[in-house]
Design a protein around this ligand. Structure first.
Ligand code: SAM
Length: 233
């Protein structure tokens, strides 16, 4: 199990790489400054009204888990400036990339966290989110690693607690076994209802969809993504 960067606690849900290519000095400075300004402080309790996390008025709050290079998150921030977003990404290079973009154009409707999203899920007040996005999570295709997949009964319980009634969990993946896995887990969970009307709808991207870097790679390599939505009952 990976340990957290501050060494305080092992993480439960993160098994991936924390670093890729070395981050340059300028980028490191922007990353540190960006985290100082935008990082969630989980040592303090969450505000009772989660919208108070943001310096601007927002109508509701959404969470993106594992935003990678931030392509979808940046698009959503600009497409929906009236909504608040929390982006979580433990991979340093991904967070650094997002912070470079924020340095060019600050977005007051964003807060970030640079470690395991399970910590954020545990910290959030019940019923505080309108949406949770999990796009192209690490697929862990080998059966012996399936237990590492982010979608699990335990994490769906966490999603169920933090989503408001009627809130939505959105999932995308190019790995068929993970798509089936997610469908089965959500179907078995009493609090989630699949939003698809017919199976053909699986391959239809969500509305106003910008794509992601990982998705582009999957398409280049000939894999066909699926897009699933589940309503919190
Ligand atoms: C395959 S990449 C996909 C990135 C992006 N969503 C995309 O579509 O390009 C999966 C991402 O999830 C992140 N991740 C893995 N476990 C996580 C966890 N427990 N909490 C938050 N992010 C996590 C990884 O660091 C990685 O960047």
């Amino acid at each position: 199990m990976a340990s957290s960067p501050d060494g305080t606690r092992a993480t439960e849900g993160f098994f991936g790489r924390r670093r890729g290519r070395p981050v340059g000095l300028n980028q490191a400075a922007i990353l540190l400054d960006g985290l100082k300004r935008n990082r969630l402080e989980l040592a303090a309790p969450a505000p009772a009204d989660l919208r108070d996390l943001f310096p601007v008025q927002v109508s509701s709050v959404r969470l993106e888990i594992g935003f990678g290079g931030g392509e979808h998150l940046l698009h959503a921030l600009d497409a929906e400036p009236g909504a608040g977003f929390i982006g979580v990404e433990p991979f340093v290079n991904g967070m650094a990339k997002l912070m470079m973009r924020l340095d060019e154009t600050p977005r007051p409707n964003l807060r970030v966290y640079d470690d395991d999203a399970i910590r954020v899920l545990e910290w959030l007040p019940a019923g505080s989110l309108e949406r949770i996005d999990l796009f192209y999570p690490d697929p862990w295709p080998k059966k012996k690693h399936w237990k590492r997949r982010f979608v699990s009964r335990q994490n769906l319980d966490r999603f169920s607690r933090v989503l408001r009634h009627g809130g939505v969990f959105r999932f995308a993946s190019d790995i068929d076994s993970y798509v089936n896995w997610t469908l089965l887990h959500c179907r078995a969970h009493p609090d989630f209802e699949w939003l698809a009307v017919e199976a053909a709808g699986w391959h239809q991207p969500f509305g106003n969809w910008p794509g992601t870097r990982y998705e582009a790679k999957a398409l280049r390599e000939g894999r066909r993504p699926a897009y699933l939505g589940f309503r919190r009952l």
